[in-house]
Design a protein around this ligand. Structure first.
Ligand code: DGL
Length: 284
């Protein structure tokens, strides 16, 4: 399936406006399931359809225009499945594609960068905040822009952490090797004496123990997952899109992956938990 060139525009079905459709959540792979975990916990009445682009992961090292194209293709397919709201759970995609996605599909779209930044700004006491993410996310300057808009007085130190994603996917969360890499990559945020650190990548919450060992116990680690879920909750209510509470028992969660189904199901269980039951294959 190729990207549609024209914006999808104002296609909004009745079901969506009455709060009946599922919420779409997507990521370059399984990492966005950390965001889905928070969403399911906060919004038990809602149904979700999750798309993990595991055939084309990782997005972090890819050029921005490629990530924008992939993100738009995913938004199109989730729109076609009737989602009433879309969550871009991938930091790299949020960093480069959020504006393009908002132009393309006519449903509310929530990314992970602004919620994470807001949480960090409320948490900091010294005004020195660190952000870590993929090469694509940090290089895009999206966190830097968000900080300037929300709290220009905050001193921001950003560091790309290539290699972290691969360690997490290999299940190496606190090995000596990952520790050595973390010491090297986190050196700039340690030197800047930040008191708050945004884990600006879907995979990094799984490395929280190693990261905390390196930056020290006094640094508050902020994962965007919970903050993003609060933002979604607010948008659903503001836009009268929330599912009726009675729908709790009928909430269902669908999973699609562009890559290997068995791999997604295995790794997905680690990132999300028992909700990953059946996974459908999607071929581009
Ligand atoms: N999901 C990506 C992110 O949050 C990490 C994995 C990747 O590079 O695709 O930036």
């Amino acid at each position: 399936m190729s990207a549609v060139e024209e914006p999808v525009g104002s296609r909004r079905s009745e079901g969506r406006s009455e709060g009946r459709g599922p919420i779409g959540v997507f990521d370059s792979g399984v990492g966005g399931l950390t965001v889905l975990r928070s969403l399911i916990d906060l919004l038990p009445h809602e149904s979700f359809v999750y798309f993990g682009d595991t055939a084309r992961t990782p997005y972090g090292p890819k050029p921005a225009d490629e990530v924008v194209k992939f993100s738009m293709e995913i938004a199109d397919l989730l729109f076609e499945r009737g989602v009433k709201l879309l969550v871009d759970a991938c930091n790299t995609s949020t960093a480069v594609a959020l504006d393009a996605l908002r132009e393309r599909v006519d449903v509310p779209i929530v990314g992970v960068i602004e919620p994470g930044m807001r949480a960090a700004i409320s948490a900091t006491r010294t005004g020195r905040v660190g952000v870590i993410g993929t090469v694509g996310t940090i290089g895009s300057g999206a966190y830097q822009r968000a900080a300037r808009e929300i709290a220009p007085e905050v001193e921001l130190v950003c560091a790309a952490c290539p290699g972290f994603v691969e360690f997490v996917e290999a299940g190496e969360l606190d090995s000596e090797q990952v520790h050595i890499l973390a010491e090297r990559l986190l050196a700039p945020v340690v030197a800047a004496q930040v008191d708050t650190l945004v884990l600006g990548c879907t995979h990094y919450p799984l490395l929280a123990r190693t990261i905390a060992d390196v930056v020290g116990p006094d640094v508050v680690l902020v994962s965007s997952a919970d903050e993003t879920a609060f933002t979604v909750h607010r948008r659903l209510h503001d836009e009268q899109l929330a599912a009726a509470p009675l729908a709790a028992s009928s909430a269902r969660h669908d999973f699609l992956t562009s890559g290997d189904v068995a791999w997604f199901a295995e790794l997905g269980g680690r990132f999300l938990g028992p909700e990953v039951e059946t996974v459908q294959a999607w071929r581009w």
